[in-house]
Design a protein around this ligand. Structure first.
Ligand SMILES: [Mn+2]
Length: 350
């Protein structure tokens, strides 16, 4: 297996255009992708705390609600769920000098925020910045730092904060910032075991722990937080896994019926995909979830150099080499049929 590029970091001067815009701004709005995760949320909170400490007015406005196991981050910095019907919220958003998208590189991933951000940008009121580590970015930002070598957006935000600290000759990583960045990096590296967990990443983790992040408490809050219903969904889901094509494909479908029967919630499906690669022969894992609105969500994981982001891209999604996803605008029975044929074909081409 060829590992992704290891140990590269951006030079401090590569952050200059982004830092200049941040230092010029007075009102900053920070956002992340729909169905936010630990990387997006931790990165947002860390950057918000740092910019606040520099006297900026900063708000975090997300397209979707914070999942329960990340609610504790709201104790570090306020996080709002954008309401596209609130004139006041639209007004607040449009008055920002800078909008920063973290942990996503496609405009559509901002969900209902994008039309407003786009409009404010077009009339020249707002600059759009993006810091991300997924493959194949959209061209929509005034400054985009998108580096797929990075384990997490949190790793890049850590570098940005250090570059900013050097520029201002200030230590900017408070215990709260350390905690938020640790959340980002721990969750996106699968607790420091995914392929992009470089020596540099361990170095960052060490620095953050030294600056006040508590690894066992953070782990406990995020991963030992299941409801009994989520455990039941996990059980029901795992018992219906299909291992196909001589063990190359693991395949799982979760229906709304399953979610209702177990009394669980949509976000409880997020923890399930990690089990799909635990059979060593499996090259591609596919999790298909029927959405409450009738659309269909698909998540992919792969082992080795199998670029599942290419598979996701075919349906308007994206992601990383080994982890990607997409949303079908149609029902799950059709999506499942289309997808299984395509996954088989895709695997043959690899
Ligand atoms: Mn990420």
């Amino acid at each position: 297996m060829i590992l992704p590029e290891r140990g590269r970091t951006l030079r401090n001067d590569e952050w200059t255009p982004l830092i200049d815009m941040l230092l010029d701004a007075q009102h900053v709005v920070i956002t992340t992708h729909e169905n936010s995760d630990g990387d997006g949320l931790g990165s947002e909170v860390a950057l918000a705390l740092v910019l606040k400490s520099l006297g900026k007015e900063v708000s975090i406005v997300n397209p979707t609600e914070v999942p329960p196991n990340y609610q504790f981050l709201k104790g570090l910095y306020g996080i709002t769920h954008f309401n596209p019907r609130s004139e006041e919220e639209i007004q607040d958003l449009s008055l920002s000098d800078v909008c920063i998208l973290l942990d996503a590189n496609l405009r559509d991933r901002m969900g209902p925020l994008w039309p407003h951000v786009s409009f404010s940008r077009e009339i020249g009121r707002m600059k759009v910045l993006c810091i991300d580590h997924h493959l194949e970015p959209d061209d929509f930002a005034d400054v985009m730092v998108c580096e797929s070598y990075a384990s997490s957006a949190g790793e890049l935000v850590y570098d940005l904060v250090n570059a900013l600290g050097e520029r201002l000759s200030r230590e900017l990583i408070s215990p709260k910032v350390a905690e938020a960045l640790y959340v980002a990096i721990m969750t996106d590296t699968g607790s420091f075991r995914f392929p992009k967990t470089s020596p540099y990443v361990y170095g960052i983790a060490g620095d953050l722990v030294g600056k006040g992040a508590d690894p066992s408490e953070i782990y406990d809050r995020i991963y030992n937080s299941l409801t009994p219903s989520a455990l039941k969904l996990l059980g029901a889901a795992l018992s219906s896994i299909a291992i196909l094509d001589d063990g190359l494909i693991s395949w799982l479908f979760i229906s709304q019926q399953m979610i209702r029967d177990t009394g669980s919630k949509m976000f409880d499906t997020d923890l399930i995909i990690r089990y799909l690669l635990s059979v060593p022969s499996v090259k591609i894992a596919v999790l298909i979830v029927e959405m409450p609105d009738g659309r269909t969500k698909a998540s992919f994981r792969s082992r080795g150099r199998i670029f599942v982001n290419q598979l996701a891209k075919k349906y308007g999604g994206g992601g990383h080499m080994n982890a990607a996803g997409c949303l079908f605008q149609f029902a799950s029975d059709k999506a499942r049929k289309v997808l299984l044929d395509d996954v088989r074909l895709f695997l043959k081409e690899q």
